[in-house]
Design a protein around this ligand. Structure first.
Ligand SMILES: *[C@@H]1O[C@H](CO)[C@@H](O)[C@H](O)[C@H]1NC(C)=O
Ligand SMILES: *[C@@H]1O[C@H](CO)[C@@H](O)[C@H](O)[C@H]1NC(C)=O
Ligand SMILES: *[C@@H]1O[C@H](CO)[C@@H](O)[C@H](O)[C@H]1NC(C)=O
Length: 342
């Protein structure tokens, strides 16, 4: 239950088999225990998130009064016009001695050769038809069989070089719902693909999920045909996160009980992976970007999109609203009580 797309409704005109897509870096805005969708108004929410995007992000973002493009003065994402917020759980390494350390994140070069990220994640908007609104994942789920591997998955990356693109399409082949656990995985790529079908009426729903649905397609294919209950096609949103696990490859410091040393900030594994989204593109720039076939993280004058230099978007950060230690070796995960440094 997470990820609602808020904001003005816009309808996209059909994009004939467009292969272009937006794919851009978003650096870390803040890592803190807040969640304006699931726990509005709360500081020290049940688990820790990493948040990227517009700096109007707040503990409450009431859609009636909170307008991210108007209230943000910068964004940690590449495009100046994208003041949306994107957030996910963070990954921790659990050492044999019982302490935890946050796993560092890097960008994923992929087709661009390099994307410069300071922490954070990479976002894709894959044109898939008309209109938009959104949401993915369940932060309390522990059952891998309840998650479609075609939507939320992990891939073992046997190199620390993000240019060494490995394997097929996201969430295909040997990708897994669970977090891989092998000393050969130097990096772990996490993919979160959002539903691309909308009910055409509601900008959000009580669980932030039922106003959208997955289509018949699997993976990053644009979503496939929509069910009759959710007939409006949205651009498909995908988050890509690269967890650099290479510093934790010494099996002598892995938990003695043989459990997976890598856990998300809920203290749960891959089946609980989730992503949240609050729409905040300026005016109709996202619609224009889809209509005009804007590509990757490049300037797109036809749609009025401006790509910032990495030093600009890296500099857009925000102080924690729920201050606590989240780096270094921690005695406990930041759950419940404030985290305490080991
Ligand atoms: C969050 O919102 C409140 C009230 O809407 C405002 O007073 C406060 O300055 C905002 N905080 C941040 C960090 O933007
Ligand atoms: C716990 O283990 C980690 C990894 O070996 C080490 O870096 C850290 O210093 C240890 N912390 C304590 C309190 O022993
Ligand atoms: C991953 O971490 C290792 C060890 O700290 C470092 O040498 C490497 O440069 C990192 N990889 C990337 C892509 O930043």
């Amino acid at each position: 239950m997470q990820l609602a797309l808020l904001g003005a409704v816009a309808l996209l005109t059909q994009n004939a088999a467009a292969q272009n897509m937006l794919r851009f870096a978003c650096s870390q805005l803040v890592v803190e225990r807040t969640d304006p969708l699931v726990n509005p108004g709360m500081k020290y929410t049940p688990h820790l998130h990493q948040i990227v995007g517009g700096n109007s992000f707040n503990i409450s973002m009431d859609p009636a009064t909170h307008d991210p493009p108007a209230m943000s003065s910068c964004t940690s994402c590449s495009f100046v016009e994208d003041l949306s917020n994107y957030w996910t759980a963070v990954m921790f390494f659990k050492a044999r001695n019982g302490t935890y350390k946050r796993v560092p994140q890097v960008g994923n070069g992929g087709p661009q050769g390099s994307l410069i990220n300071k922490g954070g994640l990479d976002v894709y908007y894959i044109p898939s038809g008309k209109g938009f609104r959104m949401l993915a994942g369940n932060a309390v789920n522990t059952d891998a069989s309840k998650v479609s591997k075609g939507n939320i998955c992990h891939r073992c990356w046997q190199s620390t070089d993000d240019n060494q693109f490995t394997g097929g399409a996201p969430c295909s082949g040997s990708d897994t719902v669970d977090i891989p656990m092998s000393t050969s995985c130097k990096m772990i790529r996490q993919t979160i693909i959002f539903p691309a079908c909308w009910d055409g009426k509601n900008l959000d729903s009580p669980n932030h999920q039922t106003h959208v649905a997955y289509g018949q397609g699997s993976g990053a294919t644009g979503g496939g045909a929509c069910p009759s209950t959710h007939p409006v096609k949205l651009p498909q949103i995908m988050y890509e996160l690269m967890w650099n696990t290479s510093t934790f490859m010494d099996k002598n410091i892995w938990p003695a009980d043989g459990s997976n040393p890598f856990v998300y900030s809920m203290n749960l594994g891959g089946p609980a992976a989730h992503g949240d989204y609050v729409f905040g593109w300026k005016g109709d720039t996202l619609q224009q970007a889809m209509d005009k076939n804007c590509n990757l993280n490049k300037d797109c004058p036809a749609a009025g999109l401006h790509a910032q230099s990495a030093d600009k978007y890296n500099a857009c950060t925000k102080a924690q609203q729920a201050p606590e230690e989240v780096d270094g070796w921690l005695k406990a995960l930041p759950l419940g009580e404030m985290a305490i440094k080991a």
